[in-house]
Design a protein around this ligand. Structure first.
Ligand SMILES: NC(=O)c1ccc[n+]([C@@H]2O[C@H](COP(=O)([O-])OP(=O)(O)OC[C@H]3O[C@@H](n4cnc5c(N)ncnc54)[C@H](O)[C@@H]3O)[C@@H](O)[C@H]2O)c1
Length: 332
């Protein structure tokens, strides 16, 4: 049994990683201010400390309570558009809180750190798949804030010997196959839950932003990886840290167009997704597909639920069982 401190463990990806850690018998302490997360997403068995990472005393108390061997850092503001309106707020919160957390690790002798990084580091790359050595060119303060943390970790590693894993997710999708956890953001910005709610008549027709991209059906192509596969990658990265720091791009290495996702949701829901074609959004690249050869070679990681249909089915099952998200789960 190992002890972990998980920031943002009440959020979408963090809660699935907490589930994976608990599943193998680890002791987990979550620190989360519930700004976008949910108390009910922290499974029984984990301890939840409700606090803002900007609260230094609360972070100290969390380290004292958890006595962690490693810290997994999910907590962040992650709305790209919002970051364009509040760049310094994003840099202060994401980079500032993250650097304070890295410093706390060093003070407390915690030698391993896992960062939720992002494909947004790469801006609008010209080639696909995108491997770890692709040029870094964040197109938003959100992406920049994660790059600042990757750089801070590199220095903490070089000077203080901290081992770190920078995990650059593409699009996390789906829900816990056991039905305990799912995706519940407000506002929701992710395509699959939006398409599901449109199919179920819970929101207006889904906007397709751009139908004239240079892709086979004219819509943007993205890489979706099941959130439980992402969780598994965190466990493998933690083990890999026994040897060295690592940086991994994490996706399914497969691209699906917006229209392909909409069709998959229509198949799963048994009814079509109502859609409305809209103009392109500024800054949306045509195609983002992860190159995942490095994590596969280092750890043997391979997604267990690679098919888009399987990903969509788990997401749909959770949303059918939780029409109002965590707040109004059926029977609660
Ligand atoms: N979901 C994706 O597809 C995706 C893709 C790339 C990167 N990421 C990164 O992965 C991480 C998790 O993403 P997610 O989709 O689960 O987001 P999420 O919003 O569901 O989870 C973030 C959690 O952090 C908490 N939090 C935020 N600010 C905090 C603070 N100052 N103090 C304490 N807790 C705080 C929130 O309450 C929430 O529970 C984020 O860092 C995000 O940038 C996510």
């Amino acid at each position: 049994m190992s002890r972990y401190l998980v920031t943002g463990g009440a959020g979408y990806v963090g809660s699935h990683v907490v589930a994976a850690l608990l599943g193998r018998g680890d002791a987990v302490t979550v620190i989360d201010d519930l700004s976008t997360g949910h108390r009910a997403a922290v499974l029984p068995g984990a301890r939840l400390i409700v606090a803002d990472l900007a609260d230094g005393a609360a972070v100290e108390a969390a380290f004292a309570a958890a006595r962690p061997e490693a810290v997994l850092h999910f907590a962040a503001r992650s709305l790209v558009g919002e970051s364009m309106r509040d760049p310094l707020g994003y840099l202060a919160d994401n980079a500032g809180n993250g650097i304070a957390l890295i410093r706390a690790c060093i003070r407390h002798g915690v030698g391993r750190f896992v960062l939720s990084s992002t494909a947004a580091l790469f801006g609008a790359p010209s080639a696909a798949p995108i491997d770890e050595d692709a040029p870094i060119a964040p197109a938003s303060p959100y992406g920049e804030s994660k790059w600042m943390l990757e750089r801070a970790l590199a220095w903490a590693g070089r000077v203080h010997g901290l081992r770190y894993a920078a995990l650059r997710y593409f699009n996390a999708a789906g829900a816990d196959p056991a039905g305990r956890l799912g995706e519940d953001h407000d506002p929701e910005t992710h395509l699959i839950p939006l398409a599901i709610d449109a199919a179920l008549g819970r929101r207006p027709p889904l906007g397709i932003f751009g139908t004239d991209y240079p892709t086979p059906d004219g819509t943007c192509i993205r890489d979706y990886v099941h959130v439980s596969d992402l969780a598994e990658a965190h466990l493998l990265a933690l083990a890999r840290l026994e040897q060295a720091s690592v940086t991994y791009n994490l996706g399914s290495a497969t691209g699906h167009s917006v229209r392909a996702v909409i069709e998959a949701v229509g198949r799963a829901a048994g009814r079509p997704v109502p859609v409305e074609a809209k103009p392109r959004r500024a800054g949306d690249p045509a195609c983002l597909i992860a190159g995942c050869a490095r994590i596969r070679a280092d750890t043997g990681w391979t997604p267990r639920l690679p098919s888009l249909d399987a990903i969509v089915e788990t997401a749909l099952a959770w949303r059918l069982a939780h029409p109002g998200g965590y707040g109004r789960a059926k029977g609660v």
